[in-house]
Every structure is written in structure tokens, then in C-alpha cells.
Design a protein around this ligand. Structure first.
Ligand SMILES: [Zn+2]
Length: 241
């Protein structure tokens, strides 16, 4: 199909316009950043396209604000008293000054102890937290990968945890490699398991087709409820993975 793309800037917002063989204009805002794409049939006049965009600006802005709030939320400062979700529970951060090794430890009563230098920067604390979360998520993944490897009779040769903006997970079918979004560490284990199952089912079926969802239904019947909990975050796995 012949597609012509261009980008226009309206009120500081980039709008990607694709000319396609289609019947009606289609405007879509994509999470998580609120990217705006407009598909336009060839026959429609550029002036009409401009008018259409103008008439939709309020809607576009509203949608983008919604995504912004969801994804970014309150920026963390890594100070004592701050709440950090971990595996579906809220933990309260306690910052402890140390000249020893900088590290994070979990205490009973849902407390995260962060040992840092007295003058440590937010970036330093952020990095420490990311590393802690990465290890925490990497630790629990093998349980699910092993369990579902047996149940689905598939083999994952490599897995890793990545920071991803638009997907909860990805599966490289040829290499039998799955990547899981670091963000998932904040969610209950059933959410993490659901994404692992989703990606591993791709080893049986590449596409999000009927067969794919039949496999999901058969092997992980509650997946739709789990998906809803994740959907509130604005990231989906249905985009292209
Ligand atoms: Zn998928």
C-alpha cells in the first residue's frame, strides 16, 4: 500500500499525517507519550484536514494530559516517607545515610531501606532503585518461565528485564528471547506472570490472532482481568507484540 507521511505542528503538538487508501479520517492518540497520528484518505483536501485537526485540538490535548498523568505521575524524590510500589504492595522508603556500601534492603512492615551517602543526588538514588528493581524482577521471572516452559512445551533461551516505554514485554521468536518491562516490578505477581505467559505463547503463535487468544484462554483463563489492571497504566501488549 502506498502511504505518504508528513508531520505538522499545531499548538506545539506534532501530528503525523499519513495519506492512505481508506474511507474516513482516523485520529489516534498513542500511549504512553500521547503521540498523535492522523490517517487521511487520498481524496481529502488539505484544507479540510486542517479544519479537522483544529476541531479536534481540545480532544487531543485532553487525551494527552490523561496519558501524561498516568505515565509520569509524581516524580520521585527518593526521600524518607515516599511510597514505592513493589510486587503489588506499597512500601515506604526510609533513607539511611551511610559511608559503607550504598544499597537497598527490604524490612518487614513494607519498608524499603535505602543506604546512601549523606550528599547523594536524586540520580544516584534513582539508579540504586532501578538496579534493585531490576534484580527483584529478574529473580522471580525464572519461576514463571520454568513453569510455563513445561506447561506450554516451549523453551525460552534467554530473558532479560528492560526499561520500555510502550510494551510490557517482547518476544523474539527466532531467538526464543523474551524481554520484560522493568515497570512490571511494581505490579502483583499475577500481572508479571500474565505478561510472561503472553510472551511465551508467542513461541507457539506469532500473531495476536484467534489462535493466540484461544491459547491464552486455555492456559491462563483469568488473563482478561489481569490485563485490565495493567491497562490503567496506558501500556498495552496488543500494539505490535
Ligand atoms: Zn503479544
Amino acid at each position: 500500500m502506498d502511504i505518504k507521511k508528513s508531520v505538522v505542528l499545531r499548538e506545539g503538538i506534532e501530528i503525523e499525517i499519513s495519506r492512505k487508501k481508506m474511507k474516513n479520517l482516523r485520529l489516534t492518540i498513542y500511549p504512553p507519550e500521547g503521540k498523535v497520528k492522523l490517517s487521511v484518505p487520498y481524496r481529502i483536501d488539505p484544507e479540510i484536514v486542517d479544519q479537522f485537526i483544529l476541531s479536534k485540538m481540545a480532544w487531543i490535548k485532553g487525551k494527552r494530559r490523561k496519558y501524561e498523568n498516568r505515565v509520569i505521575g509524581e516524580p520521585k524524590k527518593y526521600k524518607t516517607g515516599e511510597i514505592h510500589p513493589l510486587l503489588g504492595s506499597d512500601y515506604q522508603l526510609t533513607v539511611v545515610e551511610t559511608n559503607g556500601k550504598q544499597r537497598i534492603e527490604i524490612k518487614d512492615d513494607n519498608v524499603i531501606l535505602m543506604f546512601v551517602r549523606p550528599d547523594s543526588s536524586i540520580e544516584n538514588r534513582y539508579k540504586l532503585m532501578m538496579e534493585f528493581q531490576r534484580i527483584a524482577l529478574k529473580e522471580i521471572l525464572p519461576t514463571f518461565i520454568d513453569k510455563w516452559g513445561v506447561l506450554l512445551a516451549v523453551k525460552v533461551s534467554e530473558f532479560n528485564v528492560k526499561k520500555m516505554k510502550t510494551k510490557w514485554g517482547t518476544c523474539n521468536i527466532a531467538k526464543k528471547r523474551i524481554w520484560i518491562n522493568l515497570e512490571l516490578v511494581k505490579y502483583p505477581v499475577e500481572c508479571i506472570e500474565y505478561i510472561v505467559v503472553h510472551e511465551m505463547i508467542h513461541l507457539l503463535e506469532r500473531y495476536h490472532n484467534k489462535r493466540f487468544y484461544k491459547l491464552m484462554d486455555d492456559f491462563y483463563p483469568g488473563w482478561k482481568d489481569v490485563k485490565k489492571r495493567l491497562a490503567a497504566h496506558g501500556i498495552s501488549n496488543e500494539n505490535n507484540n
